[in-house]
Structures are given as C-alpha cells and as structure tokens.
Design a binder for this molecule. Structure first.
Ligand code: GLU
Length: 290
C-alpha cells in the first residue's frame, strides 16, 4: 500500500505561546464548559469518530481504538498526572464532522479528537490545541478504476464526501462541475463505493488508508495534487471551548511531551501501520492559518 503521501507532523519544539486570558481563572468550574475542571472531577466526555478505522473506531464489543482515541487518552492522563489528579474515566461521544463546533459550544463534549482539521473559520467558534498531525486530501476508488487518476479525472464523475468537512468544501471550490454527494459519515461513502453507486470518495489520506486496509484488494488510494503540491494540508487539532486558554496550553504541553517521548511514533505505527514520512511542527503554532 502506498503511504508515501501520508505525512505526520512531528511536534519538535517545547515553545508554547501563552495567550492572555481575561476570564479563565476562578470563574465557572462546571465540567460543562471547562476541560480542566472535567479532568479534575474525574469524568471527561471526549468527542471522536466511531467509524474511522485506525483513527476513531467503536469496536463491536464497545471498546474504542484508533490514533485519535490514543492521543486523547494520552492528553487526559498527562494533564491529570501533571496536576496530581487521578486518571479520569472517559465517556466517548460520536462527533460527526458537521456537528463538532456545535457540540463543543453546547458543552456536550469537553474536547474533540476526531480527524479535526484546524482552519480559520472553525477557529472563530472553538479553540484548537495542536496541530499534532499533518495529512492531505486524497481519493478512494475501486481497485480496477482506470479513468480517475487524481483531481483531473473527476469531471463528470460522482464523488462522495461528508457534510461539513474541509475536503468537501475544497473540492466544490476547485471543481464546481463535479457531482458531489454529501453524507453524514465516511463509512456511508465507503458503502456507496462498494455498491458502485458512486465513482470515488474524497477525504484525508489517513482516513482513506484505514478503509482501504480493512478491505484488501477492493480499493486504492490516489494522491491529489495541484501544481505539483498536495491539494490540501490537513492539520489535525484538538477542539476545545473557545477562549479556554488554560486548557489549550495544557493540551499543547501534553502533545509536546507525546512527541518528545517518542510515544507519538509508537501510536502512529500501532494505528496507521507505520512507514509515514514525518515533518516538523510545533503545538500551539497556528501560523499556517495566516
Ligand atoms: N480533516 C477533515 C475535516 O476536519 C476531514 C475529516 C473529517 O471530516 O473528520 O473536515
């Protein structure tokens, strides 16, 4: 399987930019809107995906697995230990792409780790820790697909993606003529592809490689490029309540340690199969948004 273009972003610097918080301390300590208070209280609700193998998956026995699941657990346990609190119990909550900002704003989840790309419009309504990983938008097609070879071959084809996702938005902008079907979840797109009802699906390479690995011989993952560059950069972040500076700094400290300890590479190997090229980056550095 070609994993060449799946690039993880290593978190090399310990620099965390401390923001100025006017209202963070001593205000509302209810677990509804403050991740740190929820960790201290011992019960945290974490939003993730339930249908994305290798990233966020609810197994038939009810257990959770995937890189985002492991990263969220690492963050929570690191923060608990750092503060002398017990490891919290986690209530996993499914957070489909289009609902993530709303579920954070409503206080229904304390944090989100769900293949959640950091972008400027989302950052208006939520805070992001990270980035902890960089991947790129790609295509999943049937193994014997001959006409679609990348972005160019999509004209007139039926393409599937998920409502409220950055790949759906980007492909609409770049190819207004493409027939885009938007579902709530990527597993619905995979099913439609399997049935032959669509020609291709598009989202992050990480996600597509996970589906492809689950069904050997059925699908292939194709790179998308524009002018020799990856079509998009998807920097994954941890979603938090808007203006929760203290919580965001704590997440970034945990992510820095996750990288420096070598544990991040272990988790990538375990969940995504391992031979990805790693490029440098800094938690708390959102300069790519500029
Ligand atoms: N990372 C992209 C996004 O946040 C696509 C994956 C997803 O929909 O979760 O929109």
């Amino acid at each position: 399987m070609n994993r060449m273009f799946l690039r993880t972003l290593a978190l090399t610097s310990t620099t965390v930019v401390a923001g100025v918080s006017l209202a963070a301390c001593g205000s509302d300590s209810s677990s509804d809107d403050n991740m740190l208070a929820a960790i201290e209280a011992g019960e945290v609700t974490v939003g993730t995906k339930f249908d994305q193998p290798g990233l966020g998956l609810r197994n038939p026995d009810g257990t959770m697995s995937g890189l985002d699941v492991d990263v969220a657990e690492y963050i929570l346990n690191y923060i608990a230990e750092d503060n002398g609190w017990d490891e919290p119990s986690i209530d996993w909550r499914e957070t489909p792409s289009a609902q993530r900002e709303t579920l954070i704003q409503n206080g229904e989840v304390d944090l989100i780790a769900a293949t959640y790309s950091i972008n400027a419009s989302r950052a208006e309504s939520v805070n992001f820790g990270g980035p902890y990983l960089l991947t790129h938008q790609a295509l999943l097609v049937a193994e014997d697909e001959a006409e679609i070879t990348g972005l160019e071959g999509l004209d007139g084809k039926i393409l599937c993606s998920v409502t409220g996702s950055t790949p759906a938005q980007k492909v609409k902008e770049a190819l207004p003529s493409v027939q885009l079907q938007e579902f709530d979840t990527y597993s619905s797109c995979v099913e439609a592809l399997r049935q032959g009802n669509i020609d291709a699906m598009t989202t992050d390479a990480t996600i597509l490689l996970g589906y492809s690995a689950q069904a050997p011989g059925q699908f292939k993952v194709l790179e998308m490029e524009q002018d020799g560059e990856p079509f998009t950069n998807e920097y994954y972040g941890i979603g938090l309540t808007k203006d929760d500076t203290e919580g965001t700094d704590a997440v970034n400290a945990a992510l820095t340690e996750l990288h420096e300890s070598g544990e991040f590479d272990v988790l990538v190997d375990k969940n995504l199969g391992g031979d990805e090229a790693v490029s440098p980056g800094t938690p708390g550095d959102l300069s790519f948004l500029e």
